[in-house]
Design a protein around this ligand. Structure first.
Ligand SMILES: NC(=O)c1ccc[n+]([C@@H]2O[C@H](COP(=O)([O-])OP(=O)(O)OC[C@H]3O[C@@H](n4cnc5c(N)ncnc54)[C@H](O)[C@@H]3O)[C@@H](O)[C@H]2O)c1
Length: 360
């Protein structure tokens, strides 16, 4: 047995990071499909999480990613108040080179074989049009197009949820649930970031943005000339008088350098996996910065795909996404009570919910 395989099996069966219920290795030679479906937990209901299509360096890396991502989904779904456990699938290979209808249909049959224990959706490398194909083989595919019974673009509710998390952060930091008069820096004004900017302006915030794509910046400044643009994220986080930093681009935004340079009192944004390494959440708290855990405030998208299973209703979803406000406040309260950073408090609350579901 290789060290790597030993590492994966260790995660699966023995480590605290593991405890996965089921991992399915899938192969369809005719289409070239190689996939891993990992179900971390079904304690709260069928495992829900997207399908990542990515050219992993090795099969072991793919399994490790599926284990890691599915575990993250258990926590996210638990805190979003969903009746869903955590799962995730990865398809191994470059989607540009190997994605075909035949391969997606073969994948859809593997999802079907789990009989509803796993519900899939889009992730990096898979899109609404792909989910329309996967859905032809099973009843447990979300993230489909509205023409095929889906809910469409999830970034609207994701941005709305992030805004609710930011209002809760303002309440905790300054005693008032509004960004009115606050200077907020948004790094990345793509699908989610641009809706977030709209919420912020409507609430009376002063908005500073940056994006590596000129097109994304122009889409904002054409519509909202009052928004300030800075050259890059380094310039954004050291903007004078910045109250809130909203990372809405890639992961790893909060690293040793950025945390040391931050002038904002609050961090709350949509990007996944903002904490660059374990322990950084403590450095953030030690600097007196309030961090709203990413997976809590960006749950609007998963709330939307979960709703799709029951026939999508925008207002019902928006009401659920509004609860991100209360959940974020509860996390800050728990962090204070237990003397731990909010990221650790969020994990504790999620673990408690899963444990209670198992006992009940
Ligand atoms: N779309 C959703 O519903 C959803 C749900 C949950 C989490 N998220 C997360 O939120 C983040 C944004 O998602 P999105 O759907 O808006 O993606 P997107 O690709 O539409 O937007 C990302 C934007 O960030 C910009 N960007 C990339 N690198 C940058 C950098 N170094 N500095 C500044 N800008 C940079 C891109 O040019 C782009 O405009 C991602 O981390 C995503 O995983 C999205």
């Amino acid at each position: 047995m290789t060290d790597v395989t030993d590492g994966v099996l260790h995660t699966l069966f023995r480590s605290e990071q593991g405890g996965h219920e089921q991992v399915v290795l899938c192969q369809d030679r005719a289409s070239g499909l190689k996939a891993v479906i990992a179900l971390h937990s079904t304690a709260l209901g069928p495992a829900l999480g997207g399908t990542r299509f990515y050219p992993y360096a090795s099969e072991e890396d793919a399994v490790a990613d599926a284990l890691n991502l599915s575990r993250g989904m258990s926590y996210k779904n638990a805190l979003a108040g969903l009746e869903h456990g955590g799962g995730k699938a990865v398809i191994i290979g470059d989607p540009e080179l190997i994605k075909t209808e035949q391969l997606l249909l073969a994948y859809g049959r593997f999802v079907a074989s789990l009989g509803g224990r796993y519900v899939t959706a889009c992730d990096v490398g898979t899109y609404v049009a792909d989910m329309d194909v996967v859905a032809r083989e099973n009843r447990w595919t979300t993230g489909r197009s509205p023409e095929n019974g889906g809910a469409g673009d999830s970034s609207v509710l994701t941005a709305y949820g992030v805004f609710q998390g930011m209002r809760a952060s303002a309440q905790h930091a300054w005693g008032d649930p509004t960004l009115h008069g606050r200077r907020v820096g948004v790094a990345g004004v793509g699908k989610v970031g641009h809706y977030l900017v709209e919420h912020l302006l409507q609430d009376g915030a002063e908005v500073v943005i940056t994006d590596v794509r000129e097109e994304s910046v122009r889409r904002i400044t054409d519509k909202f000339p009052q928004v300030t643009v800075v050259a890059d994220t380094d310039a954004l986080i050291s903007t004078e008088g910045l109250d809130v930093y909203a990372p809405c681009a890639l992961g790893g935004a909060l690293n040793d350098e950025s945390v040391a340079a931050l002038t904002a009192k609050v961090v709350c944004g949509a990007a996944n996996n903002q904490l660059a390494h374990p322990g950084i959440e403590k450095d953030i708290a030690d600097r007196g910065i309030l961090y709203a855990p990413d997976y809590v405030v960006n749950a609007g998208g998963v709330i939307q795909v979960a709703d799709e299973l029951h026939g999508f209703d925008f207002d019902r979803c928006k009401a659920k996404a509004s609860k991100i406000f209360d959940t974020t406040l509860a996390i800050f309260a728990r962090a204070k009570e237990d003397g731990i950073p909010p990221a650790a408090a969020a994990d504790r609350i999620a673990e408690q919910r899963m444990a209670e579901a198992r006992l009940g």
